[in-house]
Design a protein around this ligand. Structure first.
Ligand code: FAD
Length: 361
């Protein structure tokens, strides 16, 4: 006999949609997704559409985050190879550690290492021969990764949820207990899964002040890049970062970026945009025709997204709030896609534990 419960998922970003989809595969659950923002929306309160997004692990070897990344990579790779409508493709990842930056940092963890924990997970991992490194680069690695066309992938996830019989509705709740009354059956939900991202900062009943934004500004261009590039730093201060990734299926190339902690500003800073474009061409001249500079970039849009960072790491845990069973899945910061399956699988287990469901299907 399959397990059955009335479940509300609050949030329709990559966390909410992935959790809903995985839950739908575990029983005859009656699932309703409630969210203020949906795939197709572009809003500063909705992070997921702004992401690159690629698989570029910032997790430390042996950590919980590394196990989430490992689980997720396998699924994203499968989707890239076998499910074209998901909007994910395989690209080379090139990571450069500049001579002027340290070999590792709290932010990058293992990503800059010559022998990171994920070297046997990703195909074709290699340390780039010294003779092939650009000037000023101490060392680098090259390996196969995936790049997700975030808007296409969010729509794909939503379609998969609809196909699985999940109800998707708009709703803007002030307190998490309200979510329990919004189940499509009209009955109170047995459990609410909180996937509100940065919204957890002000959601009543949760009000998690450990969650804060790390502002990411990007430039989306029509130009193409031969690989995805990431550098260990820039000459423009600690809040500027450099990355380039070409999305699948005509999604354009994302030039990044910034990592501005505690900054809630929704509007693009055009000085920062100039720095982003200049740096991108420095590291990947193939973006433009020979001799061209920033004027050779064909801009689709400037964008800003707020990564939902959480002091102490993401919150994937159970809680009972005013008698309501809740499982949290938020605070993935800059790795919400690349950890999505791992975090959501753990969330599903916590939902089943909360509901006292023993049987695994
Ligand atoms: P969100 O996408 O913000 O979704 C939150 C949902 O909750 C929304 O539907 C919202 O409407 C809803 N909600 C919130 N509060 C309420 C409420 N009170 N009532 C109803 N609904 C509510 N990650 C990667 O893995 N790889 C990358 O390459 C990558 N690049 C990035 C680049 C940039 C510039 C940025 C900004 C982020 C990047 N990220 C990347 C991080 C990734 O985008 C996030 O970790 C992820 O999108 C977070 O998803 P989420 O579902 O938790 O939150």
């Amino acid at each position: 006999m399959a397990a059955s419960a009335n479940i509300v998922i609050l949030g329709a970003g990559v966390a909410g949609l992935t959790t809903a989809l995985l839950l739908s595969r575990r029983g005859n659950h009656n699932i309703t997704i409630i969210a203020k923002h949906m795939p197709g929306d572009y809003d500063i309160e909705y992070t997921s559409p702004w992401a690159g997004a690629n698989f570029m692990p910032f997790s430390a070897g042996g950590s919980r985050a590394a196990s989430w990344d490992a689980v997720t990579f396998k699924e994203l790779w499968r989707l890239a190879e076998r499910v074209p409508e998901a909007g994910i493709h395989v690209q080379d990842a090139v990571i450069y550690t500049r001579e002027k930056d340290s070999t590792s940092s709290e932010f990058f963890n293992d990503l800059l290492l010559r022998s990171p924990w994920f070297k046997d997970l990703v195909p074709d991992f290699q340390v780039i021969p010294q003779t092939e490194l650009p000037p000023g680069v101490a060392h680098g690695t090259r390996w196969k990764s995936v790049c997700i066309n975030a808007p296409v992938y969010l729509s794909y996830l939503a379609s998969q949820c609809l196909k699985a019989g999940i109800t998707i509705r708009r709703g803007n709740v002030k307190h998490i207990s309200e979510a329990a009354s919004l189940h499509s059956s009209g009955q109170p939900a047995d459990i609410v899964v909180n996937c509100t991202g940065l919204g957890a900062h002000k959601l009543g009943g949760v009000s998690d002040k450990a969650v804060y934004p790390a502002r990411g500004q990007i430039v989306l261009v029509r130009n193409t890049a031969p690989a995805m590039y990431t550098t260990s730093g820039t000459d423009d201060g600690d809040e500027d970062v450099m990355y380039i990734m070409m999305r699948a299926a005509g999604g354009g190339t994302v030039l990044g970026g910034s990592y501005q902690k505690g900054n809630w500003e929704s509007q693009p800073d055009m000085n920062l945009a100039q720095r982003i474009m200049r740096r991108a061409i420095e590291w990947c001249p193939e973006l433009v025709k020979a001799g061209q500079g920033v004027e050779g970039l064909d801009v689709v849009r400037h964008g800003v997204g707020l990564r939902p960072v959480r002091t102490g790491g993401p919150r994937v845990e159970r809680e009972v709030i005013g008698g309501l069973k809740v499982v949290h899945n938020y605070g993935a910061g800059g790795f919400g896609y690349q950890a999505s399956y791992g975090m959501s699988e753990e969330t599903v287990k916590l939902v089943e534990d909360s509901l006292g469901i023993q049987a695994r299907l």
